[in-house]
Design a protein around this ligand. Structure first.
Ligand SMILES: Cc1cc2nc3c(=O)[nH]c(=O)nc-3n(C[C@H](O)[C@H](O)[C@H](O)COP(=O)(O)OP(=O)(O)OC[C@H]3O[C@@H](n4cnc5c(N)ncnc54)[C@H](O)[C@@H]3O)c2cc1C
Length: 383
């Protein structure tokens, strides 16, 4: 049997590891993938099962701005492989794609299962070991991977074990890890908001981040697109922290509205702008009877209502349990060579995907990180 030029091991057969394996194969190198799950299983829930595989931003200088961690690091990586190259990759795999109005890119099949299947077919030549890596030992320029069932030696080793990696295993061989924290997740509030569960408010402004988007009230606190972005931007901040929202940034003069509707209930007038149960909640929390007629609302009460609407304040005590879509933190970027994805601390050790301290917003950016770092990693391993 022909021997490979290198004996390459990839721990983790998710999007990043599989992308790296794909480009190694293209370069005539057959890697061994170790994963206790079927290849690409972790892509199945992405995009709600539809797989939002990339974002239609073709200028890599703009693309990098969607990564609260990794912006600078990704610059040279995206200059080699970003959205256009991702579409080429998917074309090669035989997956047709389309771009949605919001610039998110999906397979035409709207099926992450198709992505899993096409990658599995493309990687048929790889040796796949369905075991869990437990420990790594370094022996004279070689890596020994000890799994739950055996041990394997490699000249070069790629780690692509994702945001739920066993970071201790990597730390033990001398790799610097930035403490992992949840990102793109719902937030648990100190205030009890369960009576608002299921309510969505559109175009809410958040003062701390300067962002406007939709917010969803849940049984534990808040979620939705705005909250996901906030959780990402604040993932390194210590808890608890306070968030202030303007629930109606475009509200016209409230006094004029009250004057024009003197005999209507205050809750009914406000519910023309916000969901009724939220109006009742806001009024009750300012000790104003929701069934009070508008002409009976005095100036002090009006100001209290306005404060509730324009300065709705919540204390965030934790992130939603197991609610994270991605992990912020991971392998420290200043310890990785972005030209090759090789560790600067351990020669012959490479990283790609979410295991590194890169995480992006929702919209296909996190998978883009996997495709791009997977590609550069394969080139780096090839040398
Ligand atoms: C619900 C959900 C929806 C998402 N939707 C999107 C989306 O639409 N678009 C987008 O861009 N991003 C999305 N993401 C994020 C995206 O899925 C991740 O960023 C991406 O999967 C990371 O890929 P990865 O290969 O780095 O790691 P992973 O996908 O986590 O894969 C790591 C692999 O390593 C294996 N592994 C781990 N440890 C070991 C070990 N010790 N031994 C052997 N194998 C091991 C695991 O079994 C796994 O197969 C979503 C995430 C979630 C949770």
């Amino acid at each position: 049997m022909a021997q490979d030029l290198y004996n390459i091991g990839i721990i983790g057969g998710g999007p990043a590891g599989c992308c790296c394996a794909y480009f190694l194969l293209k370069n005539g190198i057959t890697p061994t993938i170790i994963d206790y799950l079927p290849l690409m299983k972790t892509i199945l829930p992405t995009g709600g099962g539809k797989c939002n595989l990339a974002h239609a931003e073709y200028d890599f200088r703009e693309l990098v701005k969607n990564y609260p961690r990794g912006e600078k690091f990704l610059y040279s990586i995206f200059s080699k492989f970003s959205t256009a190259e991702t579409l080429d990759l998917f074309k090669e795999l035989g997956i047709k794609t389309y771009t949605r109005e919001d610039n998110r890119i999906f397979p035409i099949s709207n099926s992450s299962k198709e992505v899993q299947e096409k990658f599995s077919i493309a990687l048929k030549k790889c040796r796949v070991i369905k075991e869990k890596a437990l420990r790594i030992e370094q022996t004279e320029n070689r890596f020994k991977v000890i799994t739950d069932m055996g041990s394997y030696n490699f000249d070069k080793l790629v780690f692509s074990t994702g945001g739920k990696s066993d970071y201790e295993m990597i730390k033990r061989i001398g790799v610097n890890i930035i403490e992992p924290r949840p990102s793109l997740t719902g937030l648990v509030t100190q205030e009890k908001l369960s009576e608002l569960m299921g309510i969505t408010v559109k175009n809410v402004y958040n003062y701390e981040t300067g962002l406007t988007d939709d917010i969803l009230f849940t049984h534990f606190g808040i979620s939705g697109p705005l909250v996901y972005k906030i959780s990402s931007l604040k993932s390194r901040e210590s808890l608890p922290y306070i968030l202030n929202f303007d629930l109606l940034p475009n509200l016209e003069d409230l006094q004029t509205i009250l004057n024009s509707n003197p005999h209507k209930f205050i809750k009914n007038i406000l519910s023309e702008y916000l969901p009724l149960s939220l109006c009742e909640f806001l009024l009750k929390s300012t000790n104003i009877n929701p069934d009070e007629k508008c002409h009976r609302i005095n100036g002090k009460q009006r100001d209290l209502i306005l404060k509730q609407i324009h300065n709705f304040s919540l204390t965030i005590k934790s992130t939603q349990k197991d609610g994270e879509t991605v992990t912020s933190g991971g392998v420290a970027l200043d310890k990785i060579n972005p030209k090759t994805m090789e560790s600067k601390e351990v020669k012959g050790l490479y990283f790609c995907g979410e295991i590194i301290n890169v995480d992006g917003f929702c919209g296909g950016f996190n998978l883009q990180n996997c495709w791009s770092t997977g590609y550069v990693c394969a080139q780096g391993v090839k040398g």
